[in-house]
Design a protein around this ligand. Structure first.
Ligand code: PLP
Length: 459
């Protein structure tokens, strides 16, 4: 064990030193992958020295998601206290299914979930769990909606034509999950959005009414707090009025930006969240914990038991079962994803977490201001969020993003809204400073200036 930890420490030291000089890893094209790197498994083992050598090569060519040049996905950076927590989770290697196997770690998970429920404004009747990612916690929300609509479904299977409502800008896990849940992708209604990417509530109501008139069974409205491209927030107050009127489950997919809950300055973006039925948030996005740390909380915990416990109903549970977290999870063996968030939270406090969130909004303001004040840029962003959407000199976003990647300059992605396609700079790494955002634009500009011949056209 000691030797492996020494290798680990050396590799990390070397990586961090190299990242400071080269924030983007060497680009390895897929045709070269198996020749550039020794990934082969062989019959005989190798020495520790050879192993360390192979590992170093692998570590050094792996995309660097922790640096100030990674803006590609909805995560990035390193919150070191969260990393400490996750490393401990690996060493301890508990399964969160039972108190017997997880002991005090059960209390860690329950404390994190309780605090989040409290912040929403829910009472002791609320609870939650963790699953490996927002797609899975959203799936749990959908299953609870399905079973709340008809409790016999979990025994008899889906035998009614159920429908689900989500915006055109929502995450693709909703149609996937509808397929898994037996509801069917074709029964997901993609509701139009307004010019700022928020679900159009009049269109939502009309779609529900049309389905009811057809004899279908609407079960769930899925709102998004932070849509994938624009990072827009659906209006939860209006959605919950509609959910109440038609007696539907209201789930909030806050995988991306649900962490605004922590900030007094920005929690107005999810105003009315206390009236929803379930709420998903990924700490591995805005809060910067390692992947994955996805939580779902539910206003009435009986639904967790109805949908996920295999035997006795909620009513028969003993006190002790409150600490057997496997009763309400989708997995059997389950890694301890709560610990990384708990260690970060314990270390910086709720105020420190709020500062992480607020820093990301500040970085986005810096980015948007830059784009809006420089005539070579076209701005597609909305205000009050953590994504900066733009094009530069009319160059297709796909071209810029791909070339920056292939030349190991920056990792950034593109997205589209309605007929526009643009670069999407996500300011979700709170360890960045405003200068890092300005440096992003400088790197992009000098790359374009030095490589004009690579682009199909520049203005
Ligand atoms: C990232 C994201 C998801 C999926 O979460 P994973 O942890 O990647 O599975 C779902 N919804 C939204 C809005 C997201 O941004």
């Amino acid at each position: 064990m000691k030797q492996s930890l020494e290798i680990f420490n050396r590799l990390v030291d070397e990586l961090l030193a190299d990242e400071a000089k080269s924030p983007v890893a060497e680009y390895v094209p897929t045709p070269d992958l198996y020749t550039r790197l020794d990934l082969k498994l062989q019959k005989e083992g190798i020495s520790a020295v050879e192993l360390e050598h192979a590992l170093k090569d692998l570590v050094f060519t792996t995309p660097r998601t922790g640096t100030n040049a990674f803006f590609n996905q909805l995560f990035g950076g390193r919150q070191d206290k969260a990393i400490l927590g996750d490393l401990l989770a690996v060493i301890l290697n508990n399964s969160m299914a039972t108190y017997k196997a997880a002991g005090p770690q059960t209390g860690v998970e329950k404390t994190v979930l309780r605090e989040i429920c409290n912040m929403i404004g829910w009472d002791e009747n609320s609870d939650g769990t963790l699953a490996p990612g927002g797609s899975m916690t959203n799936f749990m929300g959908m299953l609870m909606a399905r079973d709340a609509f008809n409790e016999t479904t979990r025994y008899k299977g889906v035998h009614q034509k159920m429908t689900v409502y989500t915006s055109m800008e929502s995450h693709y896990s909703t149609p996937k999950n509808a397929a898994f849940a037996g509801i069917g992708r074709d029964n997901v209604r993609k509701i139009a959005t307004d010019t700022k990417g928020r679900m159009d509530m009049a269109a939502l109501r009309a779609a529900i009414e049309a389905d009811i008139a057809e004899g279908l069974h609407p079960i769930l409205i899925n709102c998004t707090a932070g849509t994938t491209v624009l990072a827009a927030f659906d209006n939860l107050e209006e959605a919950s009025a509609i959910a109440k009127e038609f007696d539907l489950w209201l789930h909030v997919d806050g995988a991306y930006c649900g962490s605004v809950l922590f900030s007094n300055q920005y929690k107005h973006l999810i105003k009315g969240v206390e009236n929803v039925d379930s709420f998903t948030v990924n700490a591995h996005k805005m809060l910067g914990t390692p992947l994955s740390c996805s939580l779902i909380v539910v206003k009435d915990k009986k639904h967790l038991h109805t949908s996920f416990s295999n035997d006795a109903s909620y009513l028969y549970q003993t006190d002790h079962d409150e600490f057997n977290l496997g009763k309400t999870s989708i997995q059997c063996g389950r890694r301890n994803d709560a610990l990384k968030l708990w260690v970060l939270w314990k270390s910086v406090g709720t105020n420190g977490i709020a500062q992480i969130v607020e820093k990301e909004f500040e970085l986005a303001d810096t980015g948007r201001n830059y784009v809006r004040n420089h005539p070579d840029y076209t701005d597609y962003s909305i205000d009050d969020t953590v994504a900066v959407c733009f094009n530069y000199k009319g160059i297709p976003a796909t071209e810029i993003c791909t070339l920056l990647y292939q030349h190991s300059k920056l990792l950034v992605g593109y997205g589209s809204f309605r007929e526009d396609q643009f670069i999407r700079l996500v300011t979700i790494n709170a360890t960045n400073e405003n200068e890092d955002i300005l440096q992003f634009f400088k790197t992009l500009e000098s790359f374009v200036a030095e490589n004009e011949n690579l682009f199909s056209k520049t203005a």
